[in-house]
Design a protein around this ligand. Structure first.
Ligand code: IPM
Ligand code: MN
Length: 357
């Protein structure tokens, strides 16, 4: 197979973890005889510094002509506390989502047995939790207009907007995934208060009968926030709007104790983007200490979702599991008394494992 990918390392630890994920992808392609071509693009703070735009036109064109995008992380603290900053790295991310039509952000929440002790929840509660959050990514309050201030500056407003079409495509996607999993969909909303949520329910109730094997559950977002920590094993596929999804996916991602390990996919109209769920950790940039596994697992998701290469993705996951079993771990997950490995050492170990197995 011929694969044509765009690689956007971004800021902070982005370049280091992307380097590992790219080497792992190359090793897989060599082993399975796929032809990989890739091209780098700039984004985030790095792109602001270079060209004054966190998602430059050139990067957009690169993404548009690629089959998939492998993304590191964006963000730099120098923008966070600067109220005069006209452009921020995060705006690049939002522009990318909108312009690539990345309407579905998929975050699998998986437990790794050996990391359960790191969970903020008791191990017996999270053990076996395995669900998928699907967050709508190009609508809702993030993009709704009007947004702004009144003339005197003393009133501010955001607008939550959803169309039938936007709801239909994301809810349908959720049912499709549920069909391949344990056949349960939880639709999270605030239908007791919001008009957009009531439309979500209405549309979802029209779609549900097309999937008679799938159990449908409606849940208010406040209740969902509670149930994620109370009974995480009860979920299979959870689907929700942009802002609720932003909040719930952060919550969901930490309960397994494996935050540094979780990948994500953003599925789109024109292409798909694969990235770790963690941020750019600027304090660690250049130190070769960051955990590359979430990005490596994002590359596995890319092979599976964008190219339908299941065996290849499975081998990456097997290599990741093996590295943890043999304590080839970066400092954040290394067991006490064992020497932590560097980012690049973990990468080299994974590549060697893939070549051998
Ligand atoms: C995320 C992030 C972004 C979001 C920020 C950086 C704009 O929190 O990807 O979840 O809110 O969507
Ligand atoms: Mn977020």
């Amino acid at each position: 197979m011929k694969m044509n990918i765009a690689v956007l390392p971004g800021d902070g630890i982005g370049p280091e973890i992307i380097d590992v994920a790219l080497n792992v992808t190359k090793a897989i392609c060599e082993k399975f005889n796929h032809e990989l071509s890739y091209e780098f693009g700039i984004c985030g703070a790095t792109a602001i510094d270079k060209v004054g735009n966190p998602y430059p036109e050139e990067t957009h064109e690169l993404c548009m002509k690629s089959d998939a995008v492998l993304f590191g992380a964006v963000g730099d603290p120098k923008f966070d506390n600067d109220p005069t900053a006209k452009v921020r790295p995060e705006q690049g991310l939002l522009a990318m989502r909108k312009r690539l039509g990345l309407y579905a952000n998929i975050r699998p929440v998986e437990t790794f047995e050996s990391l359960l002790y790191k969970s903020p929840l008791r191990a017996e509660l999270v053990k076996g939790a395995n669900f998928m959050c699907i967050r709508e990514l190009t609508g809702g309050m993030y993009f709704g207009r009007p947004q702004g201030r009144s003339e005197d500056g003393d009133t501010a407003y955001d607008t939550c907007v959803y169309s039938r079409e936007e709801i239909t495509r994301i809810v349908t996607l959720a049912y499709e995934y549920a069909m391949k999993r344990r056949k349960k969909v939880t639709i999270v909303d605030k239908a007791n208060v919001l008009a957009t949520s009531r439309l979500w329910r209405e549309v979802s109730k029209e779609i549900a009968p097309n999937y008679p094997e799938v159990e449908t559950e409606f849940m208010f977002v406040d209740n969902a926030a509670m149930r994620i920590i109370q009974w995480p094993t009860a979920f299979d596929v959870m689907v929700t709007e942009n802002m609720f999804g932003d909040i719930l996916t952060d919550e969901a991602s930490v309960i397994t104790g494996s935050m540094g390990l979780l990948p994500s996919a953003s599925i789109g109209t024109y292409t798909s983007v694969f990235e770790p769920i963690h941020g750019s950790w600027p304090q660690a940039a250049g130190q070769n200490i960051a955990n590359p596994l979430a990005t490596v697992l994002s590359a596995a998701m890319m092979l599976e979702y964008a190219f339908n290469l299941k065996e290849e993705a499975a081998l990456i996951r097997k290599a990741v599991d093996a590295s943890m079993d043999q304590n080839v771990r970066t400092q954040d997950i290394q067991v006490e008394g064992e020497k932590p490995f560097s980012t690049s050492e973990v990468g080299e170990w994974l590549v060697a494992y893939i070549k051998k197995n």
